[in-house]
Design a protein around this ligand. Structure first.
Ligand SMILES: [Mg+2]
Length: 349
């Protein structure tokens, strides 16, 4: 068997500028990877590099030729373990670049077998969490409007970014605009441990479900301090990057927030899910701001999750790929009539 691979950078404008405690972005640069077999069947994946983890579109493009050469040398799109393992041997880190290739090869393998990827894994598509929709930092009035719009659009779960001196005002604005939604908050490392504990008390009074990454990932003892005193469950995101982090966070949080772009591939992501469960953690799958070229793959894992935060494409004004439908936040794998991840070019087939 032979495989051929190519890649392309896409710059996608966001519907609204997106701000978290670390900064603002107005567009998302992803790198789309396509792997084609000898019969002309193509699998697609996407890299959504995060500067926070040391990757940019340029670093992805720099390493992809070596990763794709490794895939072509394996030649068999069903040799998924071998392909991920060889890529990990090509380069340390660079997880978004490796993940794009892993997704494309998984998409191709499932397409060749004529089944959606979740079927290849034997997962039950009838029970899974709804995805949250994220409201970024903004003026209090804009946060109120965005929360009302999201609730009107039918999203049952909102995630609000925090980490400012206006955190109380922002939460109150969302609660006024959308009193019935399930609400989570994400501080993206912005709080001190003592500040975080204090905030969990009043967040609990406002019926918040859990708090994501309250303190710096560089302060594991601070995370433990918060976890032991918090009025709410704690999710670890920036503190939970690779498989080795799972045992390290197991006694410091309640929920592991995984992202495909942190793990480096779909097989590795499934290992993290299993490891998190083995350590008694609940599992959340989040995302970067991503095209459906990769979000569709994340959606295939949804039956394994307690919480889904797969709104990466929903935040885009223009995504060149369609993926798994998410009406009202409901991840509709059960309706998927396409083999593979379900990603396809807009207007294509
Ligand atoms: Mg987060």
């Amino acid at each position: 068997m032979t495989l051929e691979a190519e890649f392309e950078r896409v710059s996608m404008p966001l519907s609204d500028p997106f701000t978290i405690s670390r900064g603002t972005q107005t567009d998302a640069e992803n790198v789309i990877v396509r792997v084609t077999d000898e019969g002309g069947m193509t699998g697609v994946g996407g890299a959504a590099p995060s500067a926070h983890y040391g990757e940019t579109a340029a670093t992805v493009e720099a390493i992809l030729p070596d990763l794709l050469a490794a895939v072509e040398s394996v030649g068999d799109p069903h040799a998924l373990h071998e392909i991920e393992s060889r890529m990990a041997g090509v380069v340390n880190g660079n997880p978004a670049a490796r993940c794009a290739v892993s997704i494309a090869v998984h998409d191709l393998a499932a397409k060749r077998l004529g089944v959606p990827l979740y079927r290849l894994w034997g997962l039950d598509p009838s029970r899974m969490p709804a995805t949250s929709f994220t409201v970024g930092l903004d003026t209090t009035e804009r946060v109120r409007e965005k929360a009302a719009d999201a609730a009107d659009a039918g999203y049952p779960v909102l995630k609000l970014k925090l980490g400012t001196d206006r955190d109380r005002d922002l939460v109150d604005a969302v609660r006024e605009a959308a009193p019935d939604v399930r609400l989570r908050v994400d501080a993206n490392e912005a709080w001190t441990p003592r500040e975080a504990v204090e905030k969990t008390a009043w967040l609990a009074d406002r019926d918040v479900e859990f708090v994501e990454q309250p303190v710096s990932a560089d302060d594991p003892e601070g995370l433990r301090f918060v976890y032991e005193r918090s009025a709410l469950p704690i999710a670890a995101d920036e503190s939970c990057v690779s498989l080795a982090d799972i045992p390290a966070i197991a006694d410091r949080c309640d929920i592991a927030n995984l992202k495909l772009m942190k793990t480096g591939g779909l097989l590795e992501a499934r290992r993290l899910i299993a490891a998190a469960r083995a350590h008694g953690l609940e599992v959340m799958l989040g995302c970067m701001i991503e095209s459906n070229a990769s979000i569709a793959a994340a959606a295939q894992l949804a039956p394994l999750l307690d919480y889904a935060d797969l709104d990466g494409s929903l935040l885009l004004a223009d995504d060149p790929y369609d993926g798994v439908e998410m009406p009202d936040g409901e991840i509709r794998l059960v309706d998927q009539d396409r083999a593979g991840t379900g990603a396809r070019p807009v207007g294509g087939n």
